[in-house]
Design a protein around this ligand. Sequence first.
Ligand SMILES: O=C1CCCN[C@@H]1CCCn1cnc2cc(F)c(F)cc2c1=O
Ligand SMILES: [Mg+2]
Length: 508
Amino acid sequence: QIAIGIKKEVDFAGWYTNVLIKADMLDYYNVSGCYILRPWSYSIWEVIQDWFNARIREMGVQNAYFPMFVSAKVLEREKDHIEGFSPEVAWVTRAGQSELEEPIAVRPTSETVMYPYYAKWIKSHRDLPLKLNQWNNVVRWEFKNPQPFLRTREFLWQEGHTAHLTKAEADTEVREILELYRQVYEDLLAVPVIQGIKSEKEKFAGGLYTTTVEGFVPTTGRGIQAGTSHCLGQNFSRPEMFNIFVEDPNDPTGQGKVYVWQNSWGLSTRTIGVMVMIHGDNQGLVLPPRVASIQVVIVPCGITAKLSDEARKAVNDRCEELASSLKKVGIKAKADLREGYTPGFKFNDWEQKGVPLRLEIGPADIAKQQTLSVRRDTGVKAALPLANITTSVPELLETIQGDMFKRAQDTYYSRLREVTRWEDVVPTLDDKCVVVMPWCEEEACEDDIKERSARSSEPTDERAPSAGAKSLCIPFDQSRWPAIEPGKTKCAACGKDAKRWTMFGRSY
Ligand SMILES: O=C1CCCN[C@@H]1CCCn1cnc2cc(F)c(F)cc2c1=O
Ligand SMILES: [Mg+2]
């Protein structure tokens, strides 16, 4: 009896956790907001790590590891940097039965752990650029309801922290990393994202500016911040903060000092949650081939009781041979020869786990020297000759990867609604779309938009106010929308001169 699944469009939150459990991606844990990452999801994180490590190594970034504990004195180095976040900080206050002299914080991010050592290690401009990254876990005691991968009290991420002699160099690296984040999503996870800069209200307050890759979840019509690359400017290197400076190589007197220009950038296991939400369907998980730990599952069919033992052996051997010839060309293939399970049971099992391609082989297929392929993303079936299977299957997997991305990108772009009149804002949000409007970029206006859009669209049911819209990003690529005419095009919210088209929406 295969459990009746929860429908994605009916109960999205229930569908999401059900898919994760049924696909063996995670398990629940008795500390709220924490989950166990089982191999089926952890293998996706490893693909992302391997890919990202190769590329940052090419950029001269080195991996390192810093302690997870931060003293209160160090964490609260600068009151205003931390003040908004302090409710999220987890503290160790005792070991065994003895209270600690000073409480020790568990890192929520590592700026304050790392930068005192940047100050110590960076003595000359020849020590620049310093580029370190760590793969670690961080703890943030969020109080909003937790969601696996999307909002958890402990999560895995990489956090890159770099120091440069000039702003220009820092600016360049911010975008190089953001481009890598785009590729992780679009090329590995088949998830479309839009690159842009955050508004003053939404940026990391401790930094100079924040760039972001913004995802979109069509089922809920909500945007999701999928990765961030900040330029910190000299905010963390200035004397009152970590005092990280070098002699100015361009100052003939040799007296000049340059405070270093810093960046920090992070991508977390939220990547996995976004991929599940975008591609999953009512049969369960749908994995993009490039991150699937099993890309092709081969299932013996037509094995009935009346089939002779040698015929049954012939089918099983053919499945095994097919798996090994696909593995030889680098395809992650598996023959499911489990006894005592029907083909139908196996089909459902691997569909729930999101394996991108199934190949069925029965006596009839052997006779015809073919296999029946079934795509997980579309369900489309096609007979494939065994003769050229080691080229047709890799090609089919690439087609699946491309089609999954294209479908998701078309959906995302179809939900970007150009809005130039305020009265169209809330209806657009209620339509599960992103508002893209000419915006003045003033913080007061953004506060106003959030408040005015929080009122529900139907004046009658004041009870159920919809969540307000916040700015998601100001896309770097403005060419998708009509040019803003300076002094002429007005902000759709306040009527002041608009500066750039900006995406507003409800978000995670
Ligand atoms: O977002 C990134 C990328 C990787 C490195 N860090 C930056 C900025 C993190 C911003 N941030 C985000 N969340 C925080 C939560 C806290 F509890 C806290 F004490 C501090 C922070 C905090 O600084
Ligand atoms: Mg937060």
